[in-house]
Each structure stands twice: as structure tokens, then as C-alpha cells.
Design a protein around this ligand. Structure first.
Ligand code: SAM
Length: 535
């Protein structure tokens, strides 16, 4: 058996040498070092705790078979009833066949994410390909998203790496009570696009243990990622279930370890601080509120009176200077990016304007009689006596607001495959009513965006990558499945990735000798400036 492992390592070396590190990175081809594969197989043996049912083993990304090799050394022959490996790269399929078919390993060549289970398995040991999202083309990415949506009804972020899809889709291959140990990058503990995995791990299965290797202890010298082993059972967790979280050393003998109630983990937005949390290797995690002043859109007090179709407003003789563009409700927005027309109104069919003027009525009567007549018609309907209007001077003046470059809908219902909340990138001058939350860049985000317009799309991608489930969990649900999100709730969402974008931008500016311009405040109060976001 040792010979077989020596042969495997020889194959591995040969195949690795055929590709550059960059190519292997794109294919997610970083083999598990032999001692680590053994550590994981031994731990799986221990977790099975003398289980009598023989092993039906699956490695969904088998490579040359490090885990299968370790399995055969840790488990007795009689304990292994079946073993199967899936592999996409024909070179590895051949190698694995050469090495293991004699021993009874079945090989399925192909893309694991496109296969239906051939049977169910009670033990998965896996080091799935760590292919980053920007190496996954649009069509396969959409297919992967659809596969996750079909199984769970969840929207997986476009920023999720292939490993996340592997773990979620492997659920269909597991038998009830089956055990899985996944070696995956530890980033999922904190980043927004890891939310869907955290949700799966706390809601769908019985999470047993997450062991995180110390950041200095990089498992794959050439892949440059810190790794975690996630162990779980396909079972309903008991009400008082606790999850073991550990850090450093080995999974069987960690340096730090604690057992955290599952309920607490469900509530935590970021997990790395909890894994061996006392020392905390990371500072407090940034949240959206660190980067954006988030405010509800404008409350006019009488939308039907103050918000008009732009053409209608002109016909009524309301001068342009007393009109400001305002967004229609999100169902009238055809795309997530709101482009501007030549005068800054949204380039969409339903172009709306809000009446906004602080001149006294007497001046309007004298200088703009048709506009004054429109306001008078409001009085006959009692608009000026409404709760908000009656507290304003004059009653038709609106709160002063700048347009915000990013918006999130304030409420919505879950549709199949899509969460209830939607983000928009507003490149127009339009402000928004209170059916939206307005996100005004603040602090470092404001500095960086004002110096680097090219970062708007990246920031927008990150906002959109906030998993629907995370938004749902943070917001509130009302009768009939209506979800709402208050500004404070959105502000509390983790924004680790956005933090990295800012750090990188600042580092680049410093390296390049440039420096981000100073902050101008981000209260969202109107500065009479032009459109926000690069036009
Ligand atoms: C990180 S390596 C792990 C290999 C082996 N299990 C180990 O631990 O050493 C991931 C393997 O998955 C394969 N792979 C990549 N994409 C795949 C896919 N869509 N379906 C199945 N295998 C895939 C790669 O060729 C590579 O051999």
C-alpha cells in the first residue's frame, strides 16, 4: 500500500510538472499533501466512531487520489464497501485509473457539478478545485448558479469560487447520516459570498467541526490560501447542538478550540473571529455601515401629488428649476445599472420628477402662476395639511438630498431563485423615494471612489454579491412573505471584501505616489453637485 502511495506521488509530480502554477490555479489543481490527507482520513475514522455500516466513499474531485490512498491506509479493507472518484481532467482520470482501478476504485470522468448521483455515499473526503470566480466563464457560472437555485432555491453570489458550488451540490450525493470532510479555503468564514455556505452549514446539515489552519501555516505552498477543514453529518442538528471551532495545529489536536452553540453561529455574521476567538487574529470585521451612510429615500408625504411624470409636469407649467429627477419603483427599472440621459434624468421609459421648491407662495404666484395654480390644486385636496407637509416650510419644500450612487430596495418578496432585495447602481442625477435605501459612500469609500471611478463597478459587484439569504436573515419578514430592510440592518452586514477593495486601492495609490483626496462628508444632504458615480 505504501508502494501505491509512492506511485501516486510520482504521478502527481509528473502531472504537476506538465502545467505552470497559473494553469493549475485556473483548474484548481493543487493536490492535498500526503500528511494532511492522512490527518483528514484519520479524523473521519474517529468521527465515524465505530460505525458498523461499511464505507461508501466519494471524492468528487479525485485527482491522483490522495484521499483514496489515505482512506485505504486508515480504514481496514472490510470497512470499505465502495469507493468512487470523479475527475474532469483526462490526464488525472488516466493516472487514477492506472493507480487504483485494481483496488476497486470506480472512476467517473466528467464535471462533478453537471453529474447526477449514481448512488448515495456515506463518506465524502474532498479538496474541491479552488477555481476563483473570475476564472469561471459566464455560461458555466450561470449554469452553476441555476444548479444551486434548483436544489435550494437560493441565489449563489457570482463571486463564489467553484469550491462553494461543489460543496452545495455534493449534498445530493450524500446518504442520510453520511459524513463529509471538506478541505476548503477559509475565506468562506467571513466574506459575503461565503454567506450561502454558512447558511447551508447552519441550516441544512449537522455541522460538527470547523478547523482553521493558522494563517502562517499555508497548506498549499503554491496556492497561497489558508485552509479550513469543515466536517459535517447529513442530519438534523439537535436543538442544543454545539459546533467545535478550532484553530492551529491539526484537526485532531488543535492549539485552540471551543464548542459554540449552533444558535450563536447562526446569528454571527462573521465566523473567523469565533474560531479560537479569544486572541482574534483579525480585527473587528468591517460592515457596510463603515463604508456607506445608509438612509431611507425621501418621504414626500404625498407621492401622487409631488411626483409626476416629467412630461406631465412640463405640461402643467412647472418650471424645470423646481423639478428634480426621482426614480420610479424598482419594477420600472429595466436594469441594475441606471444610466443617465443628457440632462441627468434616468435613461428609462418612466421618467419621473419630484416637485421641489422653497420659494414662498407669494413669489410663485407672481413669477410662476401656473406652478402656483398646481400647488393651489394640492391645497384643495388637503395635501398641505398632511403629516409631513404641514411640518415643512413652505409645505411643498422637500428634504434636501444628493443622489446616491448605490441603492437597495427597501422591501420586496422572494421570487424563485431571487432574493427580495435588489441593488442598483445609479449613474443618473435621480434621488429616490422611501421605497429605496440610499447608500452614500463615506470615509475611506468616499475617498477612494472620488479618486478611482474605475472602482464603481467593482464595488457594485460586491454589493450585489451579498447573498440573498444574508439579506433576508438581517432584514425582517412581515405577513405574506414581505421582507423589509431598515438602514441599520443593511449597515450591519459584513463587508470584508469591500474592505479589501479599499485597502488595495489605498495601497496602489501609496505605491504610485498618489493619494486619495480628502473626505467631503457623506451625510446625503444636498450639495447641489452633479450626478454621483462616474457619468
Ligand atoms: C484541488 S485538486 C484535489 C485533487 C485530490 N482530491 C487531492 O486532494 O489531492 C482538485 C481536482 O479537481 C479536478 N477538477 C477540476 N474541476 C473539476 C470538475 N468540474 N469536476 C471534477 N473534477 C474537477 C482537478 O482536475 C483536480 O484534479
Amino acid at each position: 500500500m505504501l508502494d501505491a502511495e509512492a506511485d501516486r506521488r510520482a504521478f502527481q509530480r509528473r502531472l504537476d510538472a506538465e502545467r505552470s502554477a497559473a494553469e493549475r490555479n485556473r483548474m484548481g489543481q493543487f493536490a492535498t499533501p500526503e500528511p494532511l490527507a492522512m490527518e483528514i482520513a484519520r479524523y473521519a475514522h474517529r468521527l465515524r466512531n465505530g460505525c458498523r455500516e461499511p464505507v461508501a466513499f466519494l471524492d468528487p474531485a479525485i485527482g491522483t487520489g490522495s484521499f483514496y490512498s489515505a482512506l485505504r491506509r486508515v480504514f481496514r479493507d472490510q470497512e470499505i464497501a465502495d469507493a468512487c472518484g470523479v475527475e474532469l481532467d483526462p490526464r488525472f482520470v488516466d493516472a487514477a485509473r492506472n493507480l487504483w482501478s485494481q483496488s476497486g476504485l470506480r472512476l467517473i470522468p466528467g464535471d462533478f457539478t453537471q453529474l447526477a448521483p449514481d448512488r448515495s455515499y456515506n463518506l465524502i473526503l474532498a479538496n474541491p478545485p479552488y477555481v476563483r470566480h473570475h476564472h469561471i466563464d459566464r455560461i458555466p457560472k450561470n449554469r452553476l448558479k441555476a444548479a444551486v437555485a434548483e436544489r435550494y432555491g437560493w441565489t449563489i453570489s457570482g463571486l463564489a469560487g467553484l469550491y462553494a458550488h461543489f460543496l452545495l451540490l455534493a449534498d445530493a450525493w450524500m446518504s442520510p447520516g453520511g459524513l463529509a470532510l471538506w478541505l476548503i479555503p477559509s475565506e468562506f468564514l467571513d466574506v459575503n459570498y461565503g454567506a450561502i455556505l454558512r447558511f447551508y452549514l447552519t441550516e441544512k446539515i449537522k455541522l460538527l467541526h470547523i478547523h482553521r489552519f493558522a494563517p502562517a501555516d499555508v497548506q498549499f505552498g503554491d496556492a497561497l490560501v489558508t485552509s479550513a477543514i469543515v466536517a459535517f453529518e447529513k442530519a438534523e442538528p439537535p436543538a442544543d447542538h454545539r459546533v467545535k471551532l478550532s484553530l492551529g495545529g491539526s484537526i485532531a489536536d488543535p492549539i485552540e478550540s471551543e464548542a459554540i452553540p449552533l444558535a450563536e453561529l447562526r446569528r454571527a455574521r462573521k465566523w473567523s473571529g469565533r474560531v479560537g476567538g479569544k486572541a482574534g487574529w483579525t480585527g473587528p470585521s468591517p460592515t457596510l455601515g463603515d463604508f456607506f451612510a445608509i438612509r431611507r429615500g425621501l418621504a414626500t408625504g404625498a407621492n401622487a401629488f409631488f411626483i409626476l411624470d416629467r412630461r406631465e409636469a412640463r405640461q402643467k407649467g412647472i418650471p424645470e428649476e423646481f423639478l428634480r429627477p426621482i426614480l420610479p419603483s424598482s419594477r420600472h427599472l429595466p436594469a441594475a445599472i441606471i444610466e443617465a440621459d443628457s440632462d441627468g434624468y434616468p435613461a428609462i421609459e418612466t421618467s419621473l420628477a419630484i416637485v421641489d421648491c422653497d420659494l414662498p407662495e407669494s413669489v410663485l404666484q407672481r413669477d410662476h402662476p401656473r406652478f402656483w395654480a398646481y400647488l393651489e390644486s394640492g391645497k384643495t385636496m388637503g395635501v398641505h395639511e398632511g403629516y409631513l407637509a404641514s411640518r415643512r416650510t413652505p409645505w411643498y419644500a422637500q428634504e434636501r438630498r444628493d443622489p446616491a450612487p448605490f441603492l437597495c430596495t427597501y422591501m420586496g418578496r422572494e421570487k424563485s431563485g431571487a432574493g427580495p432585495f435588489r441593488f442598483f447602481w445609479n449613474r443618473s442625477r435621480a434621488i429616490a423615494a422611501n421605497v429605496y435605501l440610499m447608500l452614500y459612500p463615506r470615509g475611506p469609500m468616499e475617498n477612494v471612489l472620488s479618486a478611482r471611478a474605475d472602482l464603481y463597478p467593482i464595488v457594485f459587484d460586491h454589493l450585489r454579491s451579498i447573498g440573498g439569504d444574508l439579506l433576508v436573515r438581517e432584514g425582517r419578514v412581515y405577513g405574506g412573505g414581505l421582507h423589509k430592510m431598515e438602514p441599520g440592518e443593511l449597515a450591519r452586514l459584513p463587508a470584508v471584501e469591500l474592505g479589501r477593495v479599499i485597502e488595495e486601492a489605498v495601497a496602489t495609490a501609496v505605491r504610485g505616489g498618489g493619494h486619495p483626496p480628502g473626505s467631503a462628508g457623506a451625510s446625503g444632504r444636498r450639495s447641489r453637485s452633479g450626478p454621483t458615480g462616474p457619468a
